[in-house]
Design a protein around this ligand. Structure first.
Ligand SMILES: Nc1ncnc2c1ncn2[C@@H]1O[C@H](COP(=O)(O)OP(=O)(O)OP(=O)(O)O)[C@@H](O)[C@H]1O
Ligand SMILES: [Mg+2]
Length: 167
């Protein structure tokens, strides 16, 4: 996965999405790579995405990778690529079409309750933090602020399946 072409892309900063902690690089049709400056941010997001995936509340998760770059070591993991709500809305705006019913505000805000039903606190429901599965179902794609309701600390990653395929 970590070939020279990808490392050059990361080093040149030509990402396909950026937040406060993560830069996102599209790998192919199906997958992307999330990169973080801090190992604990990567580990937290990887662990929470892996946990949420068990309930279908996250894109599929791949493997972690520590990425040597000229700017220092970055910490990453691969993920299933999903369209974001923001991208769908931008596309509709461009074509002067109404937004599809599944991405309306009430649906997006209602997602917080779906995570709460699974013991998870997630309120950062911005349109660029929500992915849309091909089925139209919504889920978080940004796990930086997802926490267990009972445990505000970071969970360890021990015990997860180390299979290299997306799961
Ligand atoms: N699984 C994914 N599929 C498609 N795009 C993604 C995925 N994960 C992240 N992205 C893109 O990368 C951007 C940054 O990722 P993410 O939201 O996880 O970073 P962050 O630094 O935690 O963001 P924030 O500033 O909201 O805390 C997203 O807004 C989105 O555009
Ligand atoms: Mg984000």
């Amino acid at each position: 996965m970590l070939n020279n072409e990808l490392i050059s892309k990361i080093e040149s900063g030509s990402h396909n999405g950026e937040g406060r902690e993560c830069k996102y690089f599209r790998l192919n049709e199906r997958e992307g790579l999330k990169t973080f400056v801090y190992e604990e941010h990567r580990d937290h997001c990887f662990d929470m995405q892996t946990h949420c995936r068990r309930f279908g509340l996250a894109p599929m998760v791949g493997d972690t990778a520590d990425i040597p770059t000229v700017h220092g070591l970055l910490y990453g993991y691969t993920t299933e690529h999903l369209q974001t709500c923001l991208e769908i809305m931008n596309e509709c705006d461009k074509n002067e079409e109404p937004y599809p019913e599944n991405i309306h505000y009430t649906r997006r805000e209602g997602l917080t309750n779906v995570y709460a039903e699974h013991g998870l606190n997630w309120t950062d429901t911005c349109t660029f933090n929500i992915g849309v599965f091909p089925s139209g179902e919504l889920c978080a794609i940004d796990f930086g602020d997802v926490r267990f309701v009972d445990d505000p600390g970071v969970e360890s990653n021990s015990g997860w399946d180390s299979d290299s395929r997306l799961r």
